[in-house]
Design a protein around this ligand. Sequence first.
Ligand SMILES: *Cc1c(COP(=O)(O)O)cnc(C)c1O
Length: 296
Amino acid sequence: MKVRTDFICELNQKKLWLRREDLIKEKVKGNKFRKLKYNLIEAKKNNSRSILTFGGAFSNHLYATALSGKINHIKTYGVVRGNEWKEKINESQTLINCIKYGMTLIFVSREIFKKKNVKDFWKIIKLNPSKFYVIPEGGTNELALKGCLEMLSENDYVYDVICCPVGTGGTIAGLIKSSITKQKVIGFSALNNNSLKSEIDKYTDKKKWILNDQYTFGGYAKSNLELIYFINNFKKKFNIQLDPIYTGKMLFGIFDLINKNKWSWGKNILIFHTGGKQGIEGFNKRQIKKGLSCII
Ligand SMILES: *Cc1c(COP(=O)(O)O)cnc(C)c1O
């Protein structure tokens, strides 16, 4: 599948290229398409099964699963973190869209949500897991990696550095696996999670990768004025929209490191725009409520 690559700019003798997974010619955009691709094929093999997955009220993964279910005529269930969302669905455009695409939402408390990988969980939520094709939170599993492997090809061997944002680590693990020896993969963490590096190590033996956690902006979905300003400026300059949760933080980090002469890797940099634009509307609504600036 051919995805467009845009040259962005040259900065301190480094050339920056953006791979536009956000514009992939599929209904589901970005890395979530890659991660769901083989999971959907697997789920379809067993017609009787619905898909069940997990996520927060603004999760790109929940949204992508709901939309994929609608397109592929597979029933979807989403376990949502936080009971309180049951009463305020209309405050989350993501949840509104999930329902519109036919997903049945199951709201659970944060405590119960944390237990989603233990056996008791299913008893608590009164569902039988064998009735579903279960996809973990964020969509990361072996089949997701298989899809993400396809994000890099032989044509990309001209790049010596590959960059992507990191949430649960499935995307970077796929990229690491399909990278070649002369390439270094740099992941920019979008959240604070001390075990992320070991999670990624579980999927690959390769060592030519780095996880940068200096640009999390305080944690998942956290932001500040500087980040919003950067995203809006990027849009004005290059006419490319970044999302505030993942791609904005990564590009902020890349520009910051290069500008401060702290970039010690290669000169031809391929940066993955992994999508996430569905979340901007909801993000802006929350910003307005707090009296903060929006993404243009
Ligand atoms: C989910 C997501 C990521 C993170 O992908 P992981 O495989 O969970 O690390 C990155 N960018 C965007 C836009 C996403 O929606």
